[in-house]
Design a protein around this ligand. Sequence first.
Ligand code: SAM
Length: 294
Amino acid sequence: MKKNYWVFKKNQWFFEETVPGILETIKPGIKIKKTIFSGRSLYQKLGVIDTLPFGRILVLDGIIQLSKVDEFIYHEMLTHPAMFYHQNPKKVLIIGGGDGGVLRETLKHPVKEVYLVDIDKKVIEISQEYLPFVSKGAFKNKKAKIFIEDGIKFVKKYKNFFDVAIIDSTDPSGPSLGLFSKNFYQDISKALTKNGVLGIQSGCFFEQFFHLKKILEKLKNIFPSIKIHKACVPCLQCSNEYSFTVAGKSDLRKVTLKDIKKRFKKLKLNLGYYNPEIHFSSTVLPKYLKEKLR
Ligand code: SAM
């Protein structure tokens, strides 16, 4: 395990890397308080840094994955729309998500079991050690089954098994590239049950829509129903609006506000961002975006 990739002194600036082809013309800078951890695993460079604007952040290959101040927005919006579109999800698959945030939110639903599959054991280890506020003990929950495996290979072993699948991966490069492929989405569809639902972190609405548009092109030939939810997550990709795409094997449009309100009320959740009204308002896209995504 090689160490000390990013060792910053107080008040130094950390400039985020970019994923090839995405946001190459912008380099957000953040003022640093202290470096908590930095190193490299078999798959990526890892860093945990205390920052002035966002508190503690997780960085993988130079790209911010989450921050203490706004991770709840990202994890609630990636988890709950997909979970509440499904009438009664019992078996859930999370691919990626080694920080434990999606696992935490998924376990707030009356699920039977949650399979979390992350390729990199080191992400789970440093997240539990330096970012306990994210998983909040979710990795120790007896309903959680943790697999250190490549999600692309893992999903091929399941047919008609999961009610909901959530892809909380890094952006498309290196080990996560295949998680944005048509073959992978087809395998996910086979692994899902008849009314199965897929949720994906699909990047921000910016810069030629390189990322999101390609995902939609692949999904639309596999899933009959697709919805795009959006929310601003200040620490991600220069505070742009972020997209959370949900694809259903049955018609998501049939799920009404009344349905979501009833399901939400039953769980008595105390969430900081997501609620039934946001479930629907977050799908309202302005004309220029609809045209760009057509
Ligand atoms: N919030 C983040 C974002 O906005 O991009 C995602 C965070 S989560 C930590 C990303 C996880 O995806 C990492 O732990 C990484 O190891 C995992 N990952 C990348 N490629 C993978 C693969 N092929 N199979 C399973 N996990 C993968």
